[in-house]
Structures are given as structure tokens and as C-alpha cells.
Ligand binder design. Structure first.
Ligand code: PEP
Ligand code: MG
Length: 562
């Protein structure tokens, strides 16, 4: 594949993930940046230079970590800042420094090779210890290694940034990536990002959800884009049509009068409306103000696992309690639906030491993961139980497959929190696996509430990967069988007088929200920024248009790709 020259406007058509239009220079986000670093031996003459490079990188990383510790301490808290001081301590360990310098001096390793081999040695030693705390510290070593290699290669931690004359380290840029996984998106300072273009990623992928909630235009499904452009290339991203224009010319730019993010600027808050309760989805406690500002009637889905990704490590009971308290206090008397850790599948990170699985989406994830990790379950359950004294806690179990599994989860929760002083806690589940939906009548007899997760429900019902842009044309709700299932769950909830909501992406689309109302579902949870638009649309037109009322189907059929 060759690089596209500045004189040649080139248009690609991908999958639109998040609406809006942006034009900006690009930053390449390279997840595999350490695969091409020079690792090898040097001549005797070069040994001194390698020693100098190592010391300089060491000083740089220490300085960066000191700054990070201070910043996190001020902005987040002392406990959180400890991750970075622990990393600094590793770098100050004389045994490490001695080993690296010795490998450079006596084995002629270049700095990269000496750093990798020495840190791997210590990581291996720690991981073999029979001490959970020290074992966990071995993941800090991995992080230290990454930072040292970045410093040695003079790379920004997240971007390739090889074009210095244009480089702004990601600021005001369109980010080009192979795929944005949930943990990687947490590494990016999204405040300054104008758009995303990715090789891979479906409409319901978590990166797409993030882009939409941040109102950042995004397009996926442009394979090889990484190799066709360099940092600083000007690109136009049209998140409505899926077009990505490389080096757009003046004529093209004139066709887009609203070329900035201002075009998709946040709407003003709108008061709650009759007929549809609108709650907010939340990923991080620190974003709860956004839900309050948009007058959310509660938090309908708090994706607690994202707190782990943001911290880059497993959070213990105390840290989780502080976050949950922050959310409950901000929401005052409004309900908060805490989804217990929905880990596994694509929602994983190195610090979780994921097992190798051939089919992770059907593997050790969701409630299976929770039941298989009693220590994680216990910490979270206790944090939630303690927090329940300060607000309306709803515990929502992810990916539940049947009544037996729900019972097990609830029983475990009650057992591990028996000695914790607590307030009233409601126990419910996500309906996102078809087997649970089909069994809704039995389940809702016992559960206190349910919330339908349409992103995964569509994935599992139609055997279509929500993260795969190649099959995205099949990940949509415009099928009779899907709405039959929704009606089935809704009538079970009605029969047992149990609250039911929808927290999947489709709820923010007024067309589908109207269909949900028709199905008897009057509560939805959407990203905070989508609340005003949804309320306005439903207030102005609460019913389905006449031609859409025949049968259960109402949405427009999407065109198939092939
Ligand atoms: C869903 O599956 O619809 C859902 C809301 O959960 P998540 O997108 O976090 O998997
Ligand atoms: Mg889900």
C-alpha cells in the first residue's frame, strides 16, 4: 500500500459509527508500536552511547511519573496516585539499574534489549511469588517497561507522532487507529479529539458508544488506513455518511458548511417529559455531573468495569466505595443501577490476566466471570452494600443466562455482605442473552427489576458480532423476532409489576424509543448527551407514525452490504 500524496484527494467509504463532521490533521494511534523497536546488540564503541540513552530515558520516565503522581493525587486522590509512585519505586531500585547497565556493558545489549530482559526477569520473579499483592505488582513492571520503551523511542505514549513538524501529540486531531478497545480509549485524552477513523469496529462496539457519547464523529471499516497516511495528513471524517476524505480539496470542503465539532455541540438540557423516563448511562463516576446537568432521572446503567480500565488496575473495595458514593451523592434521591463488573469478551485488559480463549465473547465473561472471581465479586458487593446507606442502589447482574444463575448471584451477594451495615438494595439483571429473555416470566417473578441490553441481545440473537464492521449490516433491530422478544419481556414485567428499562444503544433513537413505548416500556437509559434530543423528539411526536404501526416492525430496513 502506498502513501497518499497531498495533491490527491482520495475518498473512502466506511461504516458510520458516530454522527457529525470533522476536518483536521491526523494522529496515528499505534497499539503495536513496540513490535518494531530495535532490539539487539551493539558494538563495543556504541556501548557508552547505549548507557547514556538508558540513563536519559530513566530520568525522563521518573520525571513523568513524579508529575503524574502529583496530578493524580490532586485531581483524584492519594490512593490512586500510588500506582505511579509504585512504578517510580521500581525504577529507583538499584538492582534493576545495575542489571540493565551490566547487560549493556558486559553483554553489548542495546538499551531496549537490556531494559526488556531485565524487567522481564523481575516480572517473572514476582509473578511466581505466593503473595497476591506482589503478584499484582508484576503488572506495574509491564507498565514501566512500556514507559521506558516509549522514552527510548522518544514516542508519545499513545501516538506514533513521527511527523514532528505537524505533531501536537494528539491535540485537535483526528485519531486513526486499528481498533479502539475500551481500555485503550481510556488512555486517550478525548477532550481534544475531533474524530476517529478505525480499521475495525462495529456500530455497537464500546469505542463507538464512547464516540457517540462524546459527540465525536467516527467511521470504521477502512482497512489499511494506517499504512496509507502519515501523521499530519489532513482528513475529513463524515460520521453521517461514513465517508473519509484524505487531503480534501477546497471544493469538497465547501460542501460542508458546518465543519467543526460545534456542529454537533451539546444541546441545552431539557426538562423530564411525560410518558418516557430518561435516565443516563455512565462509565466513570467523574462524569456524573454530565448526567445531573442533563437532568437525567437517574443512572440507568453504570458500567462499573470502566472504572477499572480508567485506573489501569483492579480496584479494591475501598476505592470502589468512594466512586459509588460520589455517584449516589450526585444523584441524590434518584435511582442508580450499578451493573456489576461486566468483564471478559472485548472488555478486558492485561492487568486482568485474561485466559486464552478461542471464543471469548461466548466464554468467561459477564456473570460467569463474576462467579468465577469470588474475590472481585466480594469487593464489589461489599462496596455496593456500604454505599447503599447513602442512596438508591440497584444491583444489576450482567449477561445473566437463566434464573438459576440469577439466584446464585443474589445469594452470593447476600452472603458476602451479611455483616455489612446496609440500606435497601434491589437486585435485578440485564436481559441481553436470549435464553434469559425467553425465561423472563420465571425470572421477573423473583428479580426486582430488569433492563434490556439491546447491544448484546442483537449480537446473541442473530449471531452477529457487535464489534465487526464487516457484518455490521446485520446488527440492527429491524426484525420481527427481535420485537417479539422485547414484547415478551415487557409483558412478563407487566405481569409481575416489575420495572423494566432499555439501556442499549437503540433507546436513544426516537424511532425505536416510540416502539418501546408502544411495547409498554416507559423507561430508557441513554448517554447523557443524547437526553435532550430524545426528550424533544418524544415530546413533539410521542406516537409511532401511522405507516409504522402495522405489525411490530417500524424501523427502516438497512441496506445489506454485499
Ligand atoms: C448492552 O449490551 O446493550 C449493554 C447496554 O451493555 P454493554 O453495551 O456495556 O455491553
Ligand atoms: Mg452488554
Amino acid at each position: 500500500m502506498s502513501i497518499i500524496q497531498a495533491s490527491a484527494e482520495t475518498t473512502f467509504k466506511g461504516l458510520p459509527l458516530s454522527p457529525g463532521v470533522a476536518v483536521a490533521r491526523v494522529c496515528l494511534f499505534n497499539e503495536r508500536r513496540h513490535m518494531s523497536i530495535p532490539v539487539g546488540n551493539v558494538t563495543d564503541k556504541e556501548v557508552r552511547n547505549e548507557g547514556d540513552r538508558f540513563r536519559k530515558a530513566l530520568a525522563l520516565v521518573r520525571e513523568k511519573l513524579a508529575l503524574l503522581t502529583k496530578e493524580v493525587e490532586e485531581r483524584v486522590g492519594k490512593a490512586e496516585a500510588e500506582i505511579f509512585s509504585a512504578q517510580r519505586m521500581i525504577l529507583e531500585d538499584p538492582a534493576l539499574i545495575e542489571r540493565v547497565t551490566d547487560h549493556i556493558r558486559s553483554k553489548n545489549f542495546n538499551a531496549e534489549k537490556a531494559v526488556i530482559s531485565s524487567l522481564d526477569f523481575f516480572e517473572e520473579q514476582l509473578s511466581q511469588l505466593d503473595n497476591a499483592y506482589l503478584k499484582e505488582r508484576s503488572s506495574d513492571i509491564g507498565e514501566v517497561k512500556r514507559r521506558m520503551l516509549d522514552a527510548l523511542a522518544n514516542l508519545n505514549p499513545s501516538f506514533q507522532c513521527q511527523n514532528d513538524s505537524f505533531c501536537q501529540k494528539g491535540k485537535n486531531r483526528i485519531v486513526i487507529a486499528e481498533e479502539l478497545t475500551p481500555s485503550l480509549t481510556m488512555e486517550l485524552n478525548t477532550e481534544f479529539i475531533r474524530g476517529f477513523v478505525t480499521d475495525r469496529g462495529g456500530i455497537a462496539s464500546h469505542a463507538a458508544i464512547l464516540a457517540r457519547s462524546l459527540k465525536i464523529p467516527a467511521v470504521s471499516g477502512i482497512p489499511g488506513i494506517h499504512d496509507m497516511i502519515f501523521c499530519g495528513t489532513e482528513v475529513l471524517v463524515d460520521g453521517d455518511t461514513g465517508e473519509v476524505v484524505i487531503w480534501p480539496n477546497k471544493k469538497t470542503l465547501e460542501q460542508y458548511p458546518d465543519l467543526r465539532r460545534e456542529a454537533v455541540e451539546e444541546a441545552r438540557p431539557v426538562d423530564p417529559i411525560a410518558g418516557l423516563k430518561v435516565l443516563a448511562n455512565l462509565s466513570l463516576a467523574k462524569k456524573v455531573k454530565e448526567a445531573v446537568d442533563h437532568k437525567a432521572e437517574g443512572i440507568g446503567l453504570y458500567r462499573t468495569e470502566f472504572e477499572f480500565f480508567a485506573a489501569g488496575e483492579i480496584l479494591r473495595e475501598k476505592e470502589q466505595y468512594a466512586l459509588y458514593l460520589e455517584v449516589l451523592r450526585a444523584m441524590k434521591d434518584k435511582p442508580v443501577y450499578f451493573r456489576m463488573l461486566d468483564l471478559g469478551g472485548d472488555k478486558t485488559a492485561d492487568f486482568l490476566k485474561p485466559p486464552k480463549e478461542q471464543n471469548p465473547v461466548l466464554g468467561f465473561r459477564g456473570s460467569r466471570f463474576l462467579l468465577g472471581h469470588p474475590e472481585l465479586f466480594r469487593d464489589q458487593a461489599r462496596a455496593l452494600a456500604r454505599a447503599s446507606k447513602h442512596g438508591r442502589v440497584h444491583v444489576m447482574y450482567p449477561m445473566v443466562i437463566d434464573l438459576e444463575q440469577f439466584r446464585k448471584l443474589k445469594k452470593n451477594f447476600e452472603e458476602v455482605t451479611a455483616d455489612v451495615p446496609q440500606g435497601e438494595i434491589k437486585h435485578g439483571l440485564m436481559f441481553e442473552v436470549p435464553s434469559a429473555c425467553l425465561d423472563a416470566d420465571e425470572i421477573l417473578k423473583e428479580a426486582d427489576f430488569g433492563s434490556i441490553g439491546t447491544n448484546d441481545l442483537i449480537q446473541y440473537l442473530f449471531a452477529v458480532d457487535r464489534d465487526n464492521e464487516l457484518v455490521a449490516y446485520d446488527h440492527h433491530p429491524d426484525r420481527k423476532v427481535f420485537w417479539q422478544l422485547i414484547h415478551h419481556v415487557a409483558s412478563a414485567a407487566k405481569k409481575h409489576h416489575k420495572p423494566l428499562s432499555i439501556c442499549g444503544e437503540l433507546a436513544s433513537n426516537p424511532v425505536y424509543a416510540r416502539k418501546l413505548i408502544m411495547a409498554g416500556i416507559h423507561t430508557v437509559s441513554v448517554s447523557a448527551k443524547a437526553i435532550p434530543r430524545l426528550r424533544i423528539a418524544i415530546k413533539n411526536k410521542p406516537k409511532l407514525a401511522k405507516k409504522r404501526t402495522s405489525g411490530l416492525l417500524g424501523g427502516k430496513k438497512k441496506k445489506s452490504k454485499g
